[in-house]
Every structure is written in structure tokens, then in C-alpha cells.
Ligand binder design. Structure first.
Ligand code: SF4
Ligand code: SF4
Length: 373
């Protein structure tokens, strides 16, 4: 039987509607509406992960697929939480747990989640890929890939470190062409026949609402489109990209975005449109207080500070005027685990390694102040 094609737009199950402020309390009725709207519009790729909605996303995703008899009509993707793996037997324990939560006997696309240098070391030390190959031979997973959040050098190392990657998932949007894997990373993977899945085409929703100055840049092309459409078209324009994931929160958004994916295709953008994207990116970059490119050359910090991540969060908070969400993310994801700027002891080891000559010590202190007050 030929494999089910992957739709140009994938449904991300990470920003589902909730009944209250607890992310685990997914509004299942509203989620069902948006899920069915996506299927009706031809979406075949459904992407969840172990930690999404504090573990509830996999359960709801599995429930919806089975309730509507769609297991053979979707490519189901989920991700292994590599950070929970302490010993070799954990790979199997986690996959079994995920199969049970998803209520299925196989996962079509299984990703090692959010790889960085440290997690890549864990995978090698605890023979994660050997286990995934066994799981694939047993039919529990169909394709092996990874999602990524680190510097381009680490991306290259991971791509080169395993001959059987089938796909990878990277952040890409008109602001982040040179961030993490970036466009160079996308090309590097595609040249090696590794499928590329794009995440964060709207940068966590930030590009769905842009300031007037950016709207004017877009309007000057003569094309009147919603900011979200501009952002989606940018990712869909890349020929290397197999599918673009969007974490849509309502059936209306699903209908709007799948319509865009229906008529946008690779190499569709004019030079005038591409220039408008560059202008928009320059506008946001200018507003960012720290000129960090996330190259990762300053890493690792001997004291555990996630330097590029802290700067990326601070930059987003200022450029998009989105302090509250970014502060919460910073405190929950970084300060509480000792990776925040407050762990910096000003040893200075990172400073000479930065090609942008950023005053890392002072910029970290500034970022911490801004994200904690
Ligand atoms: S100066 Fe701070 S951030 Fe830089 S290496 Fe030392 S502890 Fe880490
Ligand atoms: S602080 Fe400098 S070296 Fe570190 S990631 Fe940013 S640009 Fe690269």
C-alpha cells in the first residue's frame, strides 16, 4: 500500500483550547471541532508530543483519531522526551507509555524531542538510536527523526552523526532564517535527503499580529493578506519543506490556514514580496536589545546558563512587547532549572567566544531584570 501523503500543513496539537488556565484541561469539544475541520480540509499530518498540555495532548489526540476511525487516514507524529531518559531501558518504557496514551500500535513519525548538544550526548551514551531501530523493525514506529533547538553547528553534528535520519523538525519563519538550524540547516538536511518539517512558522503566534509599520511594508507589495497568511506563505515557499506545522487554536483558524496552504506553493513569492519579508525581519531585529544570533559559540557555560536561550526570550519579550508570557516561560523553563541568567557567576569564559562581541555578562543581568520584574 502506498504511504499516505503528508499534507502541506500539519496540525500541531500543542496550543489547543483549554477549559481554564490549566493547560492539562483541554476543551475536548472545541478541540474536536478544530481537529475535524483540519481533517476535512485535507490535513493528514497530526503532531503531538509527550509534554504538550502537561501530557494531556497525546491522550486527546489518540481519543479523537480513534473516535472518528481515522487511524489509517492520518500520519501520527509524537516525540520522545529525551530529558526523561536516565537509563537504556527508559526508551522502551517511554515509547510503550506513549503508544498506550495514543491508543495505537504504531507511531508514524517518532521524533527525539528538542535535541540540543546535551540530549544528543544522552542519545549516544544510552544507545537511543539503536533502540529506535529495533522499535522500527518491530513496527512500533515507522519513521525516525528529531526536532531541534540549538546552534547550527550542533544541528550539523546531529545530522552527520546518524546515517538513517528520515526527517527533522526545525523552527523557521521570516524572522528566524538565521536562527538555530536556519535556512542553511534546512538546505543541509535536504541535500542529505532528510525531510524537513517546519515548526513555529508564526513564531508562537507572534507573527499573527504585527505592528502597523510591518503591515505597511506588506501592503506596499499590493497584496492584501492577514499577517498569519504572510508568515505561513514564507515557510510554504521553501521547496525543501515537507510540511509546515501550525498550532491552530480554533476551527476558523484551521480553515483560514489550510486555505493558504492550498494555494501557496514553493517558489511562489515575488522578489518584491521577499523584500517585504526582509524589511519586516529587519524591523523586529532592530527592536531586539541583544544582537545574539544563537550561534552557540559561547556554550557550554560551565555554570549551566543557557545563554542564547535567555537572549532569545528577552529579545522576543521586547520586540513583540510580550513580557508576561516570556517571563513565565523564562522562570518556569530556565530559572527553576538553574539555566537562567541568575546562575551566571561572571567568570567571563564565554565573552571572548562571541563573534558578535556581546557583553554577555551585563546583557544577561539586564535580561534577568527585565524578565523577573
Ligand atoms: S560569564 Fe556567566 S554566562 Fe559566561 S561562562 Fe561564565 S558563568 Fe557562564
Ligand atoms: S551570545 Fe554570542 S556566542 Fe553566544 S549564541 Fe549569542 S551570538 Fe553566539
Amino acid at each position: 500500500m502506498p504511504e499516505l501523503p503528508v499534507s502541506a500543513l500539519g496540525l500541531g496539537m500543542m496550543r489547543l483550547p483549554t477549559r481554564d488556565s490549566d493547560p492539562a484541561h483541554i476543551d475536548e469539544a472545541a478541540t474536536e471541532r478544530l481537529f475535524l475541520a483540519a481533517i476535512e480540509q485535507g490535513v493528514t499530518y497530526v503532531d503531538t508530543a509527550y509534554p504538550y498540555h502537561n501530557g494531556a495532548s497525546e491522550i486527546v489526540t489518540g481519543k479523537l483519531i480513534n473516535k472518528h476511525g481515522l487511524r489509517d487516514k492520518v500520519q501520527l507524529a509524537t516525540k520522545c522526551p529525551v530529558w526523561l531518559v536516565r537509563e537504556e531501558t527508559d526508551w522502551e518504557k517511554l515509547l510503550s507509555e506513549q503508544l498506550a496514551k495514543l491508543d495505537t500500535d504504531h507511531i508514524d513519525f517518532y521524533l527525539l524531542h528538542a535535541l540540543n548538544a546535551e540530549r544528543w550526548d544522552t542519545i549516544q551514551r544510552l544507545r537511543g538510536l539503536e533502540y529506535l531501530e529495533r522499535a522500527k523493525a518491530q513496527g512500533k514506529i515507522r519513521h525516525i527523526g528529531f526536532s531541534f533547538h540549538d546552534s547550527r553547528d550542533v544541528f550539523t553534528r546531529i545530522i552527520d552523526g546518524y546515517n538513517n535520519w528520515e526527517f527533522c523538525q526545525v523552527q523557521y519563519n521570516y524572522l528566524d532564517t538565521d536562527f538555530q538550524a536556519g535556512l542553511q540547516g534546512i538546505r543541509y538536511a535536504a541535500e542529505r535527503h532528510i525531510g524537513v518539517i517546519v515548526m513555529e512558522p508564526l513564531r508562537g503566534g507572534a507573527l499573527a499580529k504585527v505592528p502597523e509599520a510591518v503591515e505597511r511594508l506588506f501592503a506596499a507589495t499590493g497584496q492584501i493578506r492577514r499577517p498569519a497568511e504572510w508568515a505561513l506563505r514564507f515557510a510554504l515557499d521553501r521547496p525543501e519543506v515537507v510540511t509546515v506545522l501550525s498550532g491552530m487554536g480554533s476551527a476558523e483558524q484551521v480553515i483560514e490556514n489550510t486555505a493558504v496552504a492550498g494555494y501557496a506553493a514553493a517558489h511562489n513569492l515575488s522578489s518584491q514580496e521577499l523584500a517585504a519579508y526582509s524589511g519586516a525581519a529587519a524591523y523586529f531585529h532592530e527592536k531586539m536589545p541583544v544582537p545574539c544570533t544563537s550561534c552557540g559559540y559561547c556554550m557550554p557555560c560551565p555554570n549551566g546558563v543557557a545563554i542564547p536561550d535567555v537572549f532569545a526570550i528577552y529579545n522576543s519579550a521586547v520586540a513583540f512587547d510580550e513580557r508576561e508570557g516570556n517571563s513565565k516561560w523564562y522562570q518556569k523553563g530556565y530559572v527553576s532549572s538553574g539555566k537562567g541568567a541568575d546562575s551566571c557567576i561572571a567568570c567571563g569564559e564565554c565573552m571572548p567566544k562571541c563573534p558578535q562581541h556581546i557583553d554577555i555578562i551585563n546583557s544577561l543581568a539586564e535580561a534577568h531584570r527585565a524578565l523577573t520584574h
